[in-house]
Design a protein around this ligand. Sequence first.
Ligand code: FMN
Length: 196
Amino acid sequence: MSTHNPSSSNAYDVLADVVRARRTSMVVDPDREVDDATVDALCELAMWAPNHKRTWPWRFTHLRGEARRRFGEAAAADLAAAGTADDAKIAKTRTKYLRTPSVLVVGCAAHEHPTFHEENRDAVSAGVQNLLLGATARGLASFWSTAPMMSGAHSLEVCGFAPDDRIIAVIYLGYATAETSRDAERPPAAVRHLTT
Ligand SMILES: Cc1cc2nc3c(=O)[nH]c(=O)nc-3n(C[C@H](O)[C@H](O)[C@H](O)COP(=O)(O)O)c2cc1C
């Protein structure tokens, strides 16, 4: 078995810096595309997340150009099909994915075993964090949003996902034009260390 330890003694500091620098943001250059190779690299990072039973549950669809509008239309159709009465929300959904040059939809495969079904979602979420940190390290602003309908048939279809997949994250991506706020926004971690 090969082992790998980050050799640099400051690996923790570098990682901690990226972790703290990641902020939810869509303050991006609207004219600078995120190329497919960059998104591929981020998705590859996602797949290094822990994954019980090695089910490889991640599903990725990268939306650029008019595909973003198609996804918005599909999400709006899902909201309408679900009986949403909020017309303003449906109208906003149609165009909101145009706000950044790229939108990455991350889905999660279903599993017949209820525990593994939930664990699949946990693995996908852990992968999303890898991806967001990679984006931060590459100078991209990122914004994890929840899909209007995580199991909406129209949305799943546009992404090429299976009908029983779930959409875990709709991630807005673009090159950051402003440094995101690095204020201390977190309460201190309350940790119990129990020994007996
Ligand atoms: C599972 C998940 C879903 C989220 N969905 C939304 C969303 O739909 N809309 C939104 O404005 N932010 C969403 N966020 C982003 C959070 O609002 C954001 O992480 C939080 O405000 C903390 O800010 P920070 O990410 O800059 O630390 C989501 C975050 C997670 C983890």
